[in-house]
Each structure stands twice: as structure tokens, then as C-alpha cells.
Design a protein around this ligand. Structure first.
Ligand code: PEP
Ligand code: MG
Length: 889
């Protein structure tokens, strides 16, 4: 039979799956010689046995537990249930993945009417002993025996009122004794049994309750969200109690080995004198900074710093630790990798490379693309005049604007309806996680930077301001007040998680700048990635931004976007309305000049780098006014009868629009079909591109234009268009006496093009996957309507795993891409292949593009940093043995 119990000095600290995160951490710390209270772990395998047995502890387990307790008695020199020198334990959950606060923990176990007296005598502190006893009955009663927790609280509050106590600490030992007897009465009434006095009965029930808490509602919900498998189960840790609440030379704290907000390399945390563990995390009392511990007990502080360094050297990562000081002696209760903001993640990873703790590749793998995305999150514009109404702790950076809501249910409702909300709570608990997810950010009036709200928002990358004590929340009345200003549910506020400020109304937000550490990480990324990162940019300003952010080319310049500009639209109308080449000539000549200047600017910004310019793609009617609107205007002009010229023009336009109407415009006269029908439009565009490039070349620049012909489905479409346009290109180059480097290529966005890519490659020097259209055509889902109509339902019901317009459908669309890559390169081995659909910025899709062996991925300029990291991850995770060896080296 496999071993079920491991003492902390024998368990394998690397085996979190078996021992859970907490248990593994305790084992590691004990074996590193750190001060850990003695105890043992019951493995997650026992949890699985518990569920297999229908929710019962497996046979023989308690015998093993009794043996272990005997050993614990020997180690501690105390007796479990011994009134003279009682051994008390905590019974703690802990699974492979951290699920903070989701499962149950029971403290002070082993107390009864006799041992409590022993504890009082030993500590010389009756008040403390009875406080521990009442806490134990309350916790055990609620968690193990299922008594409504509120009933305990009511008794407690009534007693406080009766004796006129303002704080819990004002209650005397005699008051607490009374509370204990009332608590026991309550248990008897509610469970029809006496509160269990036998410590082993208490222990057995508590172990069962912790296993059972693996399946409580909030734990299950949490696992769904974070995709943690149900079968993992939780371990149970039985740990000798140490007390932080014996007096002012005792206390409890949590700390991070580095600042989890900024990443700064210094101990960061909080401490409460005379308190028990849960008090810090629950955020009920606002704790002191860890520096205060340094002032009062420097030797403890220094020991903590030493331990922090030792743990970091062991784990080679930032740790989140819990500790207790009992009468001046330090005990470590937990260590785990610390949750951190994106900013901290990047700084810590870079610093650890510099400190020689980790390698560049490891640093890269520790940064998620989502981290980079968060760093590109908006901030409050520092130049804006804003009304700051309060300041709290800056627990999770970034700024968020939303309507105030006071409970998680409301946050979920409004969030679902697409509203932006800020969840405002006195403090949050694990039950609020759903509400936090639905919100833009969180504001709490209590708790510190390690409170629940702070930890959860940092993990989710959402801004949070916590411990903002100035705001007085009246959740019942759905409002808060601060300095005479009332903020009601639905009012807009802005929170600045970077500074801790709470701002009335909607503050203007700006794009952030990249930190030196982020630039370093991205330079590491560039060293390992195989894919190039190009950008989709239609205007010179986009191209400039893209280049700043590390773009190595432009993968898609949609020329039609230029046509929509105010000064051009009348010319475009004239061009479209012209029925003959002759009628189109004049507007096309004017457009030629404008386009030439546009292209010249973009090519200049991207000097020396490839710029793919796509010829006109959308159906022409998209440039014209809507049919219905025109009809209305015509009727109105007809009725008025005052403007015959205007009416004539409108009628002409209406007729043309009517002629151009198509039942399926996305499969109609668009893409290369336009250029074949109206060759003069294509000619104008190519002339503009080559004029621009030739001028630049003569100015000593290095323009690299690549002309992309869209929506090709048959090789002959490409052949006809290319032959026509090559002539134009040569003519312009000859005129300027210039020889340019250029390419002609096509988009692969029609399934037939993918399937006949070998034929197409004969005429194309590059392929660019237009996965927006390709997805539309492969699924036969309209890219304009599907999401709103049925696609979200498909995803909610699990019919599709994800929105194929956001995450590349690797099985279907991806298969066609693979066919196209293989066929294309079989004909033209040096074929340049990339992707310019929306998927080019999605990390998972980027990984797939890497596997396919594309040359580049192209996405919007602001996503370039995310895509650079994703490309590096793809290279590091790649299955090719050569690359794997590199990442493992
Ligand atoms: C595509 O279809 O994926 C593409 C990039 O082109 P557009 O979105 O302009 O149709
Ligand atoms: Mg397209």
C-alpha cells in the first residue's frame, strides 16, 4: 500500500501533486533547516480514496494518524488531549495548485474543557486560552458540524454588547468562558449532540471536513475558472499549533520576498502583533508594514530576510511566505511562488537573470503574453485634471473606469450585460471571485496589500485599490460616502491601482510606456524567436508605432482605409460612379497623387523593411452611402422640389448603388475580382506604389514594397492581374531609371487557393494567410454577424471551444494552412509566408504558426510586444529536438 502520511522531514518537497503546495513547501522548509512547527501531510491520494469510498476516510487511515500523533507528541514533548501540557494542532488544506481561501482550515484543534485549562496555566494567560477555545468551537462548529456561522457571531456580538465591549479584545476571560458555554449550547441545539471533546474524534472529523471542502461550491467554481482538474484532490496538513496571539511579543505576518507590485528586491509584507494567522489575510484589521517589525524586533526581521534569500535561492523564484512569532520565536508556516503583477513579473525575471539565479530562456517562460498585455494597459493621463476623492493602497496597477456596484451578484449581472463596473466592498472574500472577474477593477475600504482583493486582482491583472478607509460604505443603501461626497450605485468612478487614487467620474486614460525591464525581456525574446513580427498598419503613424514596438515589416496595409478619409471620399465616389475608363480617369489621377504620398510616407518610415501593400479589397458599394439612406434623401428632395441639380446627383448615386447591390457581398465583386473588372483602379494603385518607391530610392532610401493581390481562388486570377501590373511596375521604374527590390504575392483566404497553392505559388512570391476570410469561408460563418447571433451561444454551450475568429481553428482552418504551406513551398522553396488575419496577434495561434514554419506573424501595432514574446515562447516550447535542447540547456 502506498505511504499515506509524510512527516515534514521526510516528504519530497518537489512533489506538489502528492503533498499539495502547502505540504510540499513545509517539507522543503523543514529540510532546509528552517524553523517549521513539526507536523505531517496526509497525501492527495488519500483524498481520492476518500471520494472513492463515497466521502469516508479510508479504512486504517486513523490508525496511521494515531501513530503519527504519537510521534508528534514525542517530538514536541506535549500530549494530544493532555490537560497538563496539551498538544494542539491545525488541520489545513493544500492542493497542488494554490486556491487561496477556497478550502477549509481548522485551528486550535485538541481543545476541550480540560486542555483549555492546561493551556491557560502554561501560557499564564486565561483570556488567551479561552479566546482560542471559542475560536475553535466557532470554526469547527461552522466548518465540520455545519452550524450556521452567523449564529456564533450573534452570540459573540450580544455578549460584547452586554458587557459594553467595543473591541473583541475588550472581552475578559470570564466573558469568553460564557461565550464558550453558549457556543456549546448552540452546537447541542443545532446538531442534537454535544460538542466532541475527544481530540481524536475532533481530528478525524476535521480531516474528513477538509477533504470534503475540495468539493465545496466555491472551490469547484474556482477550479473551473482556472482549469484545475478535479481529480487532483487536496492534501491535509496536521501542524503543531504555534500562537501569534499570546501577547505583544507574538504576532503573525505574510511577506513576499520581493515587492509583488513593482518587483523591487526587498522584503515586502505585513504583520499584526498579537494576532492569529487568518487575521492578516482576511483583512479585518489593517496590518502594519513589515518594516515596523524591523523597528521593534530587528533580529526577527533580519532572520526573515535571511530565510527569504535562502528560499529564493532554493526555488529560484519569488516566494510568498506566512510566518508566526510566538513569544519572540519565529516559525515558518508556508511558502509558495508569489503571485505578482505583470510589472513585477517582468522586473523579477530580468533581475534574476542579472543575479545569476535563472537563465534568459527561463526568464522568458516566466512571463506570460497576458503579462505583457497588462503592461500595455491604460493609465490615468497625468496631465488630466481629475477629482481625487480618496486614496487607498495601490494593490494592483493600471487604471479602470466603471459604474460602482456594491455586491458581486450585481457585478456579474451588469458585467454580463456588457457594462463596465467597479466592485466596491468593505473587503472581499473567496465568494466574490466571480464578481471580481466580471468587474474592471476593485475598491475596498479595508485590508492590506496581501488581502484577498489584492491577491486575486493581481492574479487577474485587474486594477485594485484596497484599504481605502476614507470611504464609508453602506452596502444596504447601495452608496458610499467620502468627505461629504455621496457615490451611488451606477455612478462612474475611476480607480488608479498604480497610485491608489479613487477618482470621481471618468478620468481620461492613456497608453503606457514600456519599462526598461520589458524592453530587456523583449530583446531576450528576439534572440530566441524564429518567427518575425510584422504589423498591420494602414497609416504612417501606425507604421511608426509598429516600428517603435519592434515590428520587422508591415504585413498588411489595407489601402481602402485611406479611401475613407474625408478629403478622398468624394474622389472615390466619382471614381465608382464613372461608368467608363474615361469617366474614371480624372478622379483616378487625383487619387494617384494622394496615394503616392501615403505610400511614400509608410515606405519611408519602414525604410529597409518589407511593406506589404494590399490592392483594393472590399466591395465598392462599401464606399457609397447606404441604399436606404439615399432613398430617403431622394424622396425628400423630390417632395421639396427646390434643388433639381442635387436631386439629379442623388438619383444617379441611388441608381448606381442599386446596380451594385449584391445578395452576398462578401462573396461578390471584391478582392482581385475588382481589379479584373476595373483594371484601371489596380493600375493606379500600383503606379502610386512604384512612383513612391522610385522617388525614395532616388533619395537614397531603401524601400521594399510588396504588392498583395487579395481573395485569389484560382491561379488565373493572379496570373492575369500580375501580368498587367508587372508592366506598370516596369514602366514606372524605367521612367525613373531605378531598379527596385519588390515582390508580387497573394493572400490565401479562399479555401480553393489553399488547396491549389502549388499552382498559385508559380505566380506568387509570397503568401499571406487572411485567416479572417479563410475562417469565414471554411466555417461558412459570416464574420460580421456570427458572433452576435449564435457564436457566443455555441461557446457557452461548449459546441465550440473558442471563437474561431479569435483563436485559430487549428483542426480545420489550420489544416488548410498546412496544405497551402506544403504545396506552396513544394513549388517555390523560398516562398515567404505569413499571416495577417486577427489571429496573428493571438499567442496560441502564433504558436501554431511557428509549428507550420511561417516566416512571420502580422498583427496590430499595439500587440507587437505580446506577439514577440509569444513567438519566443513558441520557439522555446517547440517540439523540434534541437530547439528543445536549447530551452532545456
Ligand atoms: C483576412 O481576411 O484575414 C484579412 C486580413 O483581410 P481583411 O480582414 O481585410 O478581409
Ligand atoms: Mg480578407
Amino acid at each position: 500500500m502506498p505511504k499515506r502520511l509524510y512527516f515534514f522531514d521526510e516528504g519530497d518537497g518537489n512533489n506538489k501533486r502528492l503533498l499539495g503546495g502547502k505540504g510540499a513547501g513545509l517539507c522543503t522548509m523543514a529540510q532546509l533547516g528552517l524553523p517549521v512547527p513539526p507536523g505531517f501531510v496526509i497525501t492527495t491520494e488519500v483524498c481520492r480514496e476518500y471520494y472513492e469510498a463515497g466521502g469516508r476516510l479510508p479504512n486504517g487511515l486513523m490508525e496511521e494518524v494515531v501513530q503519527a500523533m504519537k510521534k508528534l507528541e514525542k517530538i514536541t514533548g506535549k500530549g494530544f488531549g493532555d490537560p497538563k501540557n496539551p498538544l494542539l494542532v491545525s488541520v489545513r488544506s493544500g492542493s497542488m495548485y494554490s486556491m487561496p481561501g477556497m478550502m477549509d482550515t481548522i485551528l486550535n484543534l485538541g481543545l476541550n474543557d480540560e486542555t483549555v485549562e492546561g493551556l491557560a496555566r502554561l501560557t499564564n494567560n486565561e483570556r488567551f486560552a479561552y479566546d482560542a477555545y471559542r475560536r475553535f468551537i466557532q470554526m469547527f462548529g461552522k466548518i465540520v458540524l455545519g452550524v450556521d456561522g452567523k449564529k456564533f457571531e450573534e452570540i459573540f456580538e450580544r455578549q460584547k454588547e452586554r458587557v459594553g465591549a467595543k473591541f473583541d479584545t475588550d472581552l475578559k476571560a470570564s466573558d469568553l468562558k460564557e461565550i464558550v458555554s453558549k457556543f456549546k449550547e448552540l452546537v447541542r441545539k443545532e446538531t442534537h449532540r454535544d460538542f466532541p471533546v475527544d481530540p481524536y474524534t475532533q481530528l478525524e472529523l476535521a480531516i474528513g471536513a477538509v477533504f470534503a471542502s475540495w468539493q465545496n461550491k466555491r472551490a469547484v467554481e474556482y477550479r473551473r475558472f482556472y482549469k484545475i482538474p478535479d481529480y487532483l484532490g487536496t492534501a491535509v496538513n496536521v501542524v503543531t499549533m504555534v500562537f501569534g496571539n499570546i501577547g505583544e511579543d507574538s504576532g503573525t505576518g505574510v511577506a513576499f520576498t520581493r515587492d509583488p507590485s513593482t518587483g523591487e528586491h526587498k522584503l515586502f509584507g505585513e504583520f499584526l502583533f498579537n494576532a492569529q494567522g487568518e487575521d492578516v489575510v482576511a483583512g479585518i484589521r489593517t496590518p502594519l508594514k513589515i518594516e515596523d517589525l524591523n523597528r521593534r524586533y530587528p533580529w526577527i526581521y533580519n532572520r526573515l530576510v535571511e530565510i527569504a534569500e535562502k528560499l529564493e535561492r532554493h526555488y529560484r523564484d519569488m516566494q510568498d511566505i506566512e510566518f508566526t512569532v510566538e513569544r519572540g520565536k519565529l516559525y515558518m508556516l508556508q511558502t509558495r511562488a508569489g503571485k505578482r503583477t505583470a510589472q513585477a513579473a517582468v522586473k523579477i525575471a530580468v533581475d534574476m537573470v542579472v543575479e545569476g539565479l535563472i537563465r534568459k530562456e527561463e526568464a522568458l517562460l516566466r512571463i506570460e503574453p497576458a503579462h505583457v498585455e497588462q503592461l500595455l494597459h491604460k493609465q490615468v493621463d497625468p496631465k488630466a485634471k481629475v477629482t481625487v476623492i480618496a486614496k487607498g493602497l495601490n494593490a494592483s496597477p493600471g487604471a479602470a473606469v466603471g459604474k460602482v456596484v456594491f455586491d458581486s451578484e450585481r457585478a456579474k449581472e451588469m458585467g454580463k450585460a456588457g457594462e463596465k463596473v467597479i466592485l466596491v466592498r468593505p473587503e472581499t472574500s473567496p465568494d466574490d471571485v466571480g464578481g471580481i472577474i466580471a468587474s474592471q477593477g476593485v475598491l475596498t475600504s479595508r485590508g492590506g496589500v496581501t488581502s484577498h482583493a489584492a491577491v486575486v486582482t493581481r492574479g487577474l491583472g485587474k486594477p485594485a485599490v484596497v484599504g481605502c478607509e476614507a470611504i464609508k460604505i453602506d452596502a444596504e443603501a447601495r452608496r458610499f460616502e467620502v468627505d461629504g461626497i455621496a457615490v451611488k450605485e451606477g455612478d462612474l468612478i475611476t480607480i488608479n491601482g498604480t497610485t491608489g487614487e479613487v477618482i470621481l467620474g471618468e478620468a481620461p486614460l492613456i497608453e503606457p510606456r514600456m519599462s526598461p525591464e520589458l524592453l530587456t525581456i523583449l530583446s531576450f525574446a528576439d534572440e530566441v524567436k524564429k518567427l518575425q513580427n510584422w504589423a498591420n498598419a494602414d497609416y504612417p503613424r501606425d507604421a511608426k508605432k509598429a516600428r517603435e514596438l519592434g515590428a520587422q515589416g508591415i504585413g498588411l496595409c489595407r489601402t481602402e482605409h485611406m479611401f475613407f478619409e474625408e478629403d478622398r471620399l468624394p474622389l472615390v465616389h466619382e471614381m465608382i460612379l464613372g461608368k467608363t475608363v474615361e469617366e474614371r480617369k480624372k478622379p483616378l489621377e487625383k487619387l494617384l497623387q494622394i496615394q503616392k504620398n501615403d505610400f511614400k510616407e509608410i515606405l519611408e518610415v519602414m525604410d529597409g523593411l518589407p511593406v506589404i501593400i494590399r490592392l483594393l479589397d472590399p466591395p465598392l458599394h462599401e464606399f457609397l452611402p447606404k441604399y436606404e439612406k439615399l432613398l430617403e434623401e431622394v424622396i425628400e428632395l423630390r417632395l421639396k422640389g427646390t434643388d433639381p441639380d442635387g436631386l439629379k446627383k442623388k438619383e444617379e448615386m441611388l441608381k448606381r448603388v442599386e446596380n451594385m447591390r449584391e445578395a452576398n457581398p462578401m462573396m461578390g465583386l471584391r478582392g482581385c475580382r475588382l481589379g479584373i473588372t476595373y483594371p484601371d483602379i489596380n493600375e493606379m494603385q500600383v503606379r502610386a506604389i512604384f512612383e513612391a518607391a522610385c522617388e525614395l530610392k532616388r533619395e537614397g532610401k531603401d524601400p521594399r514594397p510588396e504588392i498583395m493581390i487579395p481573395l485569389v481562388g484560382h491561379v488565373n486570377e493572379l496570373k492575369v492581374v500580375r501580368e498587367q501590373l508587372e508592366k506598370v511596375a516596369h514602366e514606372v521604374m524605367q521612367k525613373h531609371g531605378v531598379d527596385l527590390k519588390y515582390k508580387f504575392g497573394t493572400m490565401i483566404e479562399v479555401p480553393r487557393a489553399a488547396l491549389t497553392a502549388d499552382e498559385i505559388a508559380e505566380y506568387a512570391e509570397f503568401f499571406s494567410f487572411g485567416t479572417n476570410d479563410l475562417t469565414q469561408m471554411v466555417f461558412a460563418y459570416s464574420r460580421d454577424d456570427a458572433e452576435g447571433r449564435f457564436l457566443f451561444q455555441y461557446i457557452e454551450r461548449g459546441i465550440l471551444e473558442a471563437d474561431p475568429f479569435q483563436k485559430l481553428d487549428q483542426k480545420g482552418v489550420g489544416k488548410l494552412m498546412k496544405i497551402a504551406v506544403d504545396l506552396g513551398r513544394s513549388k517555390r522553396p523560398d516562398l515567404e509566408i505569413g499571416i495577417c488575419g486577427e489571429h496573428g496577434g493571438d499567442p496560441q495561434s502564433i504558436e501554431f504558426c511557428h509549428e507550420l514554419g511561417l516566416n512571420y506573424v502580422s498583427c496590430s501595432p499595439f500587440r507587437i510586444p505580446v506577439a514577440r514574446l509569444a513567438a519566443a515562447h513558441a520557439a522555446l516550447k517547440s517540439k523540434e529536438p534541437e530547439k528543445q535542447a536549447y530551452s532545456m540547456a
